[in-house]
Design a protein around this ligand. Structure first.
Ligand code: GLU
Length: 194
């Protein structure tokens, strides 16, 4: 199972995401991670283990008002730091978390990513590398995400950050749950209503 939390608003995002991930702990997981964007760039903290462990490795001095968090239940690649989410495209422009399973990841690697060195053993990294590839081929980010979705077979809930746009979280889903919460002065996404 596992889970996703995302927040965009005016408050510091770290506690909001960590609290959200703790509420999703009942879903089961082996790793946890967090990505935030601020004016200094993208900040990623992740490792195998509990959310209590993630709390220890998150740098308290990083302040951001936009972020995404993830708990992982490994399906492709052992639980370790490299396979933990978030994953980034090789240019580091796109950062992504994923719940679910991409059944045709092998085919997509061979079709589109022969010239790309993937860092992890996950099916997930294929998604973020495909988005980058389609953007490099001239597609807008919106179109590249839709194009990528049209190529994926399987289940996914996705939250995606673009380093060049610190005002947007892209979200997409097929079969895996993902809810959008529209608040006053903030918006959230989450794997369940809690
Ligand atoms: N298939 C992905 C992985 O193994 C995502 C698993 C999940 O839903 O947490 O990393």
């Amino acid at each position: 199972m596992c889970g996703i939390v995302g927040y965009i608003g005016f408050e510091d995002v770290k506690e909001i995401i960590l609290n959200g991930l703790e509420k999703l702990e009942y879903r089961g997981y082996d790793s946890a991670g967090l990505a935030m964007i601020n004016e200094a760039g993208v900040h990623i903290f992740k490792d195998k283990g509990r959310i209590a462990n993630l709390r220890k490795i998150v740098d308290d001095t990083v302040v951001a008002t936009l972020g995404i968090g993830h708990t992982r239940w490994a399906t492709h690649g052992v639980p370790n730091r490299i396979n933990s989410h978030p994953h980034q495209s090789s240019s580091k422009r796109f950062t992504l978390v994923h719940n679910g399973v991409i059944e045709n990841e092998d085919i997509l690697r061979k079709k589109y990513l022969n010239d790309v060195k993937l860092e992890s053993d996950t099916d997930t990294e294929v998604i973020v590398q495909l988005i980058q590839k389609f953007v490099e081929n001239g597609e807008t980010v919106d179109l590249a995400i839709r194009h990528t979705m049209s190529e994926l077979h399987g289940s996914y809930a996705l939250a995606i950050l673009d380093k060049e746009d610190d005002n947007t979280i892209y979200a997409a889903k097929n079969k895996s749950p993902l809810l959008v919460g529209v608040g006053e002065g903030f918006n959230m996404i989450g794997s369940d209503a809690m």
